[in-house]
Design a protein around this ligand. Structure first.
Ligand SMILES: Nc1ncnc2c1ncn2[C@@H]1O[C@H](COP(=O)(O)OP(=O)(O)OP(=O)(O)O)[C@@H](O)[C@H]1O
Ligand SMILES: [Mg+2]
Length: 503
């Protein structure tokens, strides 16, 4: 076997044996864990290469700016030769991979965007860290937008809708639950914070079509999509984890069931995976656990990368077929306990003391267990991870720019567009409302004058129009609320219907 084997993806070697991931089992997910500097990123790199060679498109996030080298041929190095020698790889070639660079900020790759309505209330609520009452208001906002045909594309749309809800609170409260101005105000303030974290760069159009992450190049290799998240990790890591969750739910909702395949259709690496689970509410954790379990049958493999497997909830951990554990530190009692738990989670190997090995592993070495043909975990092996064929470390700016401009994706997402959406429509509505209210007032004024004239003429007085005036304005708001429903409402309902159903 060599590194170009299409079905078995070589991970490395142990005691003269090769340890490989069976592509058929690659939709059974996996984990790469280990302390800082132990080799996690390179392991992700060699797996990404293996999948790409096998014709499987890959998504991965570049957290530290050190995986872009996947696009370039590796540099020869005596240490690399040593590794190839001790693992025993025949015909090892240094080579680059087909890569597409992406970036939420549109600076280090094609811009990545999605819309407020695609994210949906559950993810936005988690992103903003809303309370139960505030979450209720957000669900009401989505329902109103749906019924009124208001497109929620960017943060401004959501702000405008919330302001409108506040202005018309009295009319809306009965139908959409009992929400307060205070809750609306609190969400609006959270949205401002998100704007300061540049949330608007992620939210808007053209929204990413995930099919563009699932491409194979002309030679049949899977394209590796590298999303640079170095900036977003500084400004608002929650935006990054929200994006990962959005991808997960989008794929889950849109891909058909495929059953067992020779290889997955798409593989995603979730680096800094703990960010997804940190302070996520139980409802969301349940959802994630469920989606991870079910997405397998859609031919999608998810690989969590994190410092410790303890960062990943047990329900998710229990579903992971491939486990690559790099060295862990064990100084504190807590760390020692973690090492024991991690070691026990592997299928024991009588020739290996896993607990001792975990703290003793060298850089680029790991305890590895994969699934065999029948889907059962193999015995844990101490494995020297193969070196990458592509470059270790980043591309230069020049190389990046060249890759981006050569990409078939170039031009598809580079220009942001701002369609007429909730903000614009609500402005039209507000203007129309002002116009009609002004007309109404003019009429009332005229009526008052008529009444005065009548009084002058000492005729019996007509009843005050105060009550009628109020109902007239009320009716006006209700009718306006419906007048702009139109086509947008129907278009949006399909999307939102399923999003709302997600809760
Ligand atoms: N399989 C490997 N083959 C060759 N070199 C490797 C391998 N694994 C790791 N290395 C070397 O070790 C260095 C550190 O590895 P890596 O960047 O993958 O660590 P990490 O666990 O991702 O660290 P961090 O937690 O800081 O992100 C690499 O830059 C590379 O030089
Ligand atoms: Mg790393």
């Amino acid at each position: 076997m060599n590194t170009t084997d299409p079905v078995r993806i070589l991970i490395g070697g142990a005691d003269g044996k090769h340890v490989a991931l069976n592509a058929k089992m690659a939709n059974r997910h996996g984990m790469i864990a280990g302390a800082t500097g132990t080799g996690k990123t390179i392991t992700m790199q060699i797996l990404a290469e293996g999948f790409s060679r096998a014709g499987v498109p890959v998504f991965l996030a570049d957290v530290k700016g050190d995986v872009s080298g996947l696009a370039m041929q590796g540099r020869p190095h005596p240490k690399v030769d040593e590794r190839i020698e001790s693992i025993g790889i025949e015909g090892f070639q240094l080579r680059g991979n087909p890569v597409a660079f992406w970036d939420m900020y549109g600076e280090k790759g094609h811009p990545v965007r999605t819309t407020v309505s695609e994210l949906g209330p559950l993810l936005i609520s988690n992103l903003l860290g809303l309370s139960g009452a505030q979450e209720g208001v957000l669900y009401a906002a989505f329902k109103i937008a749906d019924e009124e045909g208001l497109l929620l594309l960017d943060l401004e749309d959501l702000q405008a809708l919330l302001s409108w809800m506040n202005e018309n609170r009295k009319e809306l409260v009965g139908e959409y639950g009992n929400f307060t101005s205070a809750s609306i105000g609190a969400i609006q303030r959270d949205l401002l914070v998100l704007e300061q974290q540049d949330g608007e760069t992620l939210l808007g159009e053209p929204a990413l079509n995930l099919n563009d992450f699932m491409k194979v190049d002309y030679s049949g290799q899977g394209v590796i999509n590298i999303m640079d998240v170095t900036t977003v990790m500084n400004k608002g890591p929650k935006l990054y984890s929200t994006f990962l969750l959005w991808m997960l739910s989008e794929l889950f909702e849109n891909l058909p069931e495929v059953g067992d395949m020779d290889k997955p259709k798409f593989v995603l690496f979730f680096d800094e995976a703990h960010l997804i689970f940190d302070d996520a509410p139980d409802a969301l954790l349940d959802k994630i656990e469920q989606v991870v379990r079910l997405i397998r049958s859609k031919g999608v493999g998810i690989y969590f990368v994190s410092q410790s497997p303890m960062d990943i909830p047990e329900d998710v951990l229990g579903q992971l077929g491939m486990k690559i554990q790099h060295a862990l530190r064990a100084f504190t009692p807590k760390e020692k306990k973690a090492v024991k738990i991690v070691a026990q989670n592997f299928r024991a190997n009588p020739n290996l003391d896993s607990v001792a090995a975990i703290t003793d592993l060298g850089v680029g070495e790991a305890l590895v267990s994969v699934l065999d043909e029948k889907g059962a975990p193999t015995m844990v092996e101490r494995t020297l991870i193969r070196p990458p064929q592509s470059r270790i470390g980043p591309v230069t700016e020049k190389e990046r720019t060249a890759t981006v401009s050569r990409s078939p994706m170039y031009g598809r997402y580079e220009e942001a567009v701002n369609r007429d959406s909730a903000k614009e429509l609500l402005k039209i509505r507000a203007d129309e409302k002002m116009r009609q209210l002004a007309e109404l007032e003019a009429e009332e004024q005229a009526e008052k004058e008529r009444e005065a004239e009548l009084r002058e003429a000492k005729k019996p007085r007509k009843k005050s129009s105060g009550y009628q005036r109020q109902t007239a304005s009320e009716a006006l708001i209700k009718s306006l609320a419906r007048s702009l429903g139109g086509e947008g409402g129907r278009l949006l309902r399909g999307v939102l219907g399923s999003l709302l159903g997600r809760k």
